[in-house]
Design a protein around this ligand. Structure first.
Ligand code: DQA
Length: 145
């Protein structure tokens, strides 16, 4: 099984950015943990991060057919990117929306996810474990295309 993991704006700053919200582990540590965990599940992962909405859309458009599922943390784009919503609706790639923080317990603008309707599942507020839960979900064969 091949799973694409895409992280949006500012997730490359994990460890530095608001550690009281996002924790003190770095983006590299997240990637290392995910590669190690995916290996135990026999899943091949490709992890990407971009600060640019259009690049994220280009990746999904170009590569969706190479993967069985997508784990997507769109960062702040979650709350306003109708372009990512349309892109997810356009391709038949089961997508799990993941957020490190509990976006429901933060500022009002974070309670809204405009991409949610194109996702099979949302996981919020579990830190790095949210990505692990998403990998487990796909590993069990749930919603695989
Ligand atoms: C986030 C939550 C978003 O509101 C925020 O803009 C992020 C990270 C999270 O993982 O908790 O960049 O997606």
């Amino acid at each position: 099984m091949n799973i694409l993991i895409i992280n949006g704006p500012n997730l490359n700053l994990l460890g530095l950015r608001e550690p009281h919200i996002y924790g003190s582990s770095s983006y590299n540590e997240l990637c290392t943990q995910l590669f190690a965990y995916a290996k135990t599940l026999d899943i091949i992962i490709d992890i990407r991060q971009s600060n640019h909405e259009g690049i994220i859309i280009d990746w999904i458009q170009a590569d969706w057919s190479k993967f069985d599922g997508l784990i997507l943390n769109p960062g702040a784009l979650t709350h306003y990117s109708y372009a990512i919503l349309d892109c997810l609706k356009a391709v038949p790639l089961p997508t799990i929306e993941v957020h490190l923080s509990d976006t429901d317990a933060r500022e009002p603008f974070r309670k809204i996810s405009v991409v949610k309707d194109a996702c099979i599942k949302q996981i919020k507020g579990k830190g790095f474990a949210g990505y692990i839960e998403a990998l487990d979900y796909f590993a069990k064969g749930n919603d695989i295309k």
